[in-house]
Design a protein around this ligand. Sequence first.
Ligand code: FMN
Length: 216
Amino acid sequence: MADLTTEFARLRIDYAGQDLDERTVLSDPFAQFRTWLDQALASNLKEPNAMALATATREGIPSCRMVLLKGFDPRGFVFFTNYNSSKGLELHQNPQAAVTFYWAELERQVRIAGPVERVSPQESDDYFALRPPLARIGAAASPQSRVIPGRAWLEQSVESLQVLHPNGDIPRPADWGGYRLQPLSFEFWQGRPNRLHDRILYTRVASAWQLDRLSP
Ligand SMILES: Cc1cc2nc3c(=O)[nH]c(=O)nc-3n(C[C@H](O)[C@H](O)[C@H](O)COP(=O)(O)O)c2cc1C
């Protein structure tokens, strides 16, 4: 423990890159997110669309894992997964979620929260069709979050599907598809020197966005 404390103290960095000002941020948080995402994309970060997704059971027991953002528009933020996975079952019980993006090299974090709903079957079909054949087979072969006998079982499941669908043109499994998180809040965090970071919170109020600065 002591060793790690020293090691972590050595990692401490002072964020000094950029600032975030409530007078100059965009009034639409989707547009502000787009600006930051574009900058993350232009910075050649590895998977800038990766986000931590937090869900919780009906009783409020939380869990968190990474997923990839596959698109967003004023309706919300879309990711794809297995509807019968642990996250799928939690979203069925409790259709609320939060996502966090962390772009370390830009000293930025974005947190977004709100209710979640499934995208339309057509949207899931359209995205599934865009996936490479092996990714389609992989999605169909994996009973995500279930205990399986071993790696060989999974590989066998893939092989069986490859025999049935040699071109990979497998239909979308009914239990695989997209979710859309409809934001009720966005928080943009910009690292600043001496831990005096900038935090701008957008909260949905009626059909407008209220802007506030939060203490770091
Ligand atoms: C960078 C990264 C991206 C991921 N993207 C996805 C994704 O888009 N969809 C998905 O179902 N799982 C994705 N995963 C795997 C999940 O983190 C997780 O292991 C899986 O979805 C099962 O989670 P659950 O048991 O909580 O439902 C990703 C993992 C990493 C590390």
